[in-house]
Design a protein around this ligand. Structure first.
Ligand SMILES: *[C@@H]1O[C@H](CO)[C@@H](O)[C@H](O)[C@H]1NC(C)=O
Ligand SMILES: *[C@@H]1O[C@H](CO)[C@@H](O)[C@H](O)[C@H]1NC(C)=O
Ligand SMILES: *[C@@H]1O[C@H](CO)[C@@H](O)[C@H](O)[C@H]1NC(C)=O
Ligand SMILES: *[C@@H]1O[C@H](CO)[C@@H](O)[C@H](O)[C@H]1NC(C)=O
Ligand SMILES: *[C@@H]1O[C@H](CO)[C@@H](O)[C@H](O)[C@H]1NC(C)=O
Ligand SMILES: *[C@@H]1O[C@H](CO)[C@@H](O)[C@H](O)[C@H]1NC(C)=O
Length: 371
């Protein structure tokens, strides 16, 4: 017994030694090999301008973003008010706003020092948001319909990565009436379909046109009384006349946030479903760490001016040296109308959700087949 054990120990020692030697040799040689390789690359980078040019193109996918800039045109209208003309407007313009194809600021007063600010004559205060929203949409429809394919309503405390929004919208036709954003479920019989909450929601050209010309003027389809909950009321008016899309990537990860994205990075075994935010989410999110949220993140709400610059800095300026992005992302194919409706009609996970009639009135000119 003792002898046998001893022999086994000796044998495993010898085998271990042999394996160890081979591994050591492997590590040493692969280390040397890698070292040579990186030296060679560094030299090439200094010697050949061409390599630098090619790598800087692939790093930022510049060509793809340029193509999308022309193919997926987005007009951004940013809600602001006189107190924020100086405090917020210049900072939106300096950061994400300058990447919109067209940028408009909608206030209730003109500003002699800033001609980008458009005055929509409604009384001051949140209780007039609904009238303001309807007048703004009419203004945009009458003056800028042909400037873009998509129309985003944002607040002056949203932050949006326009390139990722274009990437997402590239899947859709703007001639179909679509309404895209962060979808919330609430327990009101008037909006079983949910609504897009928290700024940063997008109307297709057709949705904007339908809203302004057909839906908003019709008192049976759309509430005519002024009020505060403009986002909920837009949802109520557009249900049935527009397909609602909760912005998710191909892995079903969330792209648009009505709060800061960091809310979803908190470790939480069971989100508290009695708290409004978790309760209202149309579809749930894997909570905690990096799995919560899309790598094709579009944007968030309640972003301070300082955070706008920080996000711009981290997203557009900082790049981990020597790392290339994984270039497996392609411009996505267009979805069929059937695919879009099917995704829109998926049941919500929210406890607020109630079964409802699934109706989509789609005009003939909105229908299309995949080419
Ligand atoms: C690299 O890019 C720079 C600046 O865009 C340009 O001037 C230069 O000609 C390019 N070099 C090559 C080899 O393409
Ligand atoms: C415009 O700028 C001038 C000069 O800085 C200032 O006196 C004036 O109050 C500004 N007007 C508004 C509406 O902020
Ligand atoms: C308003 O909408 C209702 C319901 O769809 C419809 O019956 C009615 O004809 C519309 N009114 C006008 C003036 O278009
Ligand atoms: C809000 O708009 C409606 C018409 O769309 C109008 O009748 C009402 O007077 C407006 N309310 C205010 C406070 O301006
Ligand atoms: C979402 O909620 C459903 C139903 O409660 C559950 O089955 C599913 O695992 C949840 N998914 C995530 C990602 O939390
Ligand atoms: C790039 O993505 C592909 C497909 O998702 C994956 O197989 C591969 O491992 C990734 N490469 C890197 C370096 O992350």
């Amino acid at each position: 017994m003792f002898k046998l054990l001893n022999f086994k120990v000796l044998l495993s020692f010898l085998i271990g030694f042999a394996i160890g030697t081979v591994i050591m040799f492997g590590i040493v040689s692969s280390f040397t090999f890698k070292n040579n390789l990186s030296k060679l690359k560094a030299q090439e980078m200094f010697e050949s301008e061409e390599i630098l040019n090619i790598s800087s193109k692939t790093l930022y996918e510049q060509e793809m973003a340029d193509q999308l800039f022309n193919d997926v045109k987005i007009l951004c209208w940013v809600f602001t008010h006189p107190d924020n003309h100086k405090k917020k407007v210049p900072h939106v313009k300096n950061t994400w706003g300058r990447r919109c194809n067209k940028l408009l600021f909608m206030s209730i007063e003109k500003d002699e020092n800033n001609s980008d600010i458009i005055a929509i004559p409604v009384p001051s205060g949140r209780s007039h948001l609904w009238n303001k929203t309807r007048l703004v949409m009419k203004y945009v429809y009458e003056n800028h319909l042909n400037d873009a394919d998509w129309f985003m309503r944002a607040d002056d405390d949203n932050y949006i990565i326009m390139e990722n929004l274009r990437y997402t919208l590239a899947q859709y036709h703007s001639e179909t009436s679509l309404y895209i954003g962060h979808r919330f479920a609430v327990d009101y019989p008037e909006v079983r379909e949910g609504y897009m909450a928290g700024g940063g929601h997008i109307f297709s050209k057709k949705a904007l046109a339908k809203f302004v010309t057909i839906i908003s003027p019709n008192n049976t389809l759309c509430d005519n009384h002024d009020g505060e909950a403009d986002d909920l009321l837009v949802g109520q008016c557009l249900k049935k006349y527009s397909i609602f899309i909760d912005a998710r990537d191909s892995k079903n990860q969330k792209q648009i946030f009505p709060v800061g994205v960091e809310e979803h990075m908190k470790e939480m075994s069971n989100p508290d479903l009695s708290y409004w935010y978790w309760k209202n989410l149309w579809r749930n999110v894997t909570q905690g760490g990096l799995d919560c949220c899309s790598d094709v993140y579009i944007g968030a709400h309640y972003v301070s001016t300082q955070e706008m610059y920080m996000l711009d800095y981290l997203i557009y300026n900082v790049h981990p040296f020597g790392l290339q992005k994984n270039l497996t992302e392609k411009i996505p194919r267009k979805l069929t109308l059937e695919e879009i409706i099917k995704a829109s009609d998926k049941k919500s996970f929210s406890p607020n959700f109630k079964e409802h009639e699934l109706i989509h009135y789609v005009d003939d000119d909105e229908k299309y087949k995949r080419k």
